[in-house]
Design a protein around this ligand. Sequence first.
Ligand SMILES: C[S@@+](CC[C@H](N)C(=O)[O-])C[C@H]1O[C@@H](n2cnc3c(N)ncnc32)[C@H](O)[C@@H]1O
Length: 279
Amino acid sequence: MERRPDEAAREGLEDAPAMPDVDLTVPSIARVYDYVLGGKEHFEIDRRVSAALFQAVPESRQLAADNRGLLGRAVGYLVGEAGIRQILDLGSGLPTEGNVHEIAHRIDPSVRVLYVDIDPLVLAHGRALLSNEDTTEVITADIRDVDGLFDNAAVRKLIDPTQPFAVIASGIFHHFSDDQDPYALADAVKARLSPGSLFFISNFLDDDEPRARDMQRAFLEGGLGTGRFRTWDEQRRFFDGLEMVEPGLVYANDWRPDERTPAESPTHTLYAGGIGRKP
Ligand SMILES: C[S@@+](CC[C@H](N)C(=O)[O-])C[C@H]1O[C@@H](n2cnc3c(N)ncnc32)[C@H](O)[C@@H]1O
């Protein structure tokens, strides 16, 4: 990478948090994704993994962009149309363009946003970006421990579970294998939702085309070891027990497209998402 992550985060920040030690021999999902998105926080090992992805699907950058576009529109809906004022973002990733709190705060600066990620670099870079800790926080946690998560002091400070809130699981469940049972994880999250709460979920899609399998192979065998493309039926299971918000679970770019949504994306059929409402 051009700069050490500590240099990037510390620029102009005397009291920036200490940077975590990073094992340069192990790729990280957050850094690989940052590289594919065109960001700056990645190492050689992450770029090597990404090369396998680009070889499988040369338009992988568009896939990441489609995902970010969908996330942005979903946040716009959650805060704008649905009136949500508290958001828990699971597997939030490194800060990038159009972060969840920025989109939310353009609509209402009082919206509370809590970012959760297992990668300690996300905390280091996220803290450097945030200016108002009354409304927005970043924590390092493993979202598979749902009880521990909802017991976390930052979650209890920012999320009032008796009121409707939104949970975002954008591009995260596909990083759990079937053995890790992401459906049970989704169920545990849904059990915590108060009535009227909304759950946004998006994932890699296996729409029965070879590129999905090629890319899954690149993810699983190209060094990262995670990245499961799931069928429509598999994806629907994540929403079991919820009422789907229109237009339901659809291709990423078909979910409430706006003027910036590409009319024809080369990766249109490789990604899907939707929002479910807890009755
Ligand atoms: C592909 S990125 C998605 C980032 C962002 N949500 C988006 O859609 O643009 C997946 C993120 O999930 C995080 N992650 C993976 N496993 C996790 C876990 N068990 N607990 C918390 N975060 C996790 C990774 O560190 C990474 O930042």
